[in-house]
Design a protein around this ligand. Sequence first.
Ligand SMILES: [Fe+2]
Length: 288
Amino acid sequence: MASGSGSWPFAVRPLTPHLGAEILGVDVAGEMPEDRFRAIYRAFLRYQVLLFAPRDLPPARQVAFGRRFGELQIHVMNQYHADGHPELYRLSNLDQHGRPSGRHPDRGTLAWHTDGSWQRVTGQATIIYGEVMPERGGETHFCDMYGAYDRLDSAWKARIANLRAVHNLDFSRNRRHGEEPLTDTQRQARPPVDHPVVRTHPETGRKCLYLGDHAQSIVGMPYEEGRALIEQLNHLAVHPGLTYEHRWTPGQLLVWDNRCVMHRATAFEVATQPRVVRRCTVLGEVPT
Ligand SMILES: [Fe+2]
């Protein structure tokens, strides 16, 4: 298990009393010795969300930094691939003239979720670089899912201890009005999978709630009953004492641990305000 505040070879500024930290004086675009990266990784396990100061981060350097964490996902929705790097996924509301198009690039990001939960091997870190940010809105919010589990009373914990949820990308995309559906090929490439509702983080050993917007139903439970349970738990999870709300400055980099946080983006004025981010997701493991 990661140590507490520990001693760090860089300055660490916590973003809330227990979730998130800004790492100061580290150049993620440059060459990074292994011991420096190990310390960043330790901070990642300890704080769950890491923030790095604004800097120019070329796409190739973002991919290189991501690879330090592990294997990078090549996203099934290839319409988002960016800059000739299939590991990067760009979300932009700009049209071909660079003007706000009025269309949100992915309304699914507005609901609390955890990246890659619709895959058998789920997301470990997500690494997002903010290229262009709106004056208002377009924030990223985080919720600590260790805390969400810890807050449940013993009756809740007993009730969900051995449940598994079906996660389905086709479900979470299609139920949002106006969202572009998956193609048949994309759908066949990503059939629904099931994961434990309470997962144990493979590196810290701590239990956390693992649901979010891709969770469709509960294995062995009537559909409507499972839906109600998922909605209730997703709602219970998000508590003011467990969240960090990030207001972006362009050029910042955010890294978070999908195994123990949920996140969402807030709305912005898509017809008048620009917002462009590029992200990569590191593949983790099969949840247990
Ligand atoms: Fe996401």
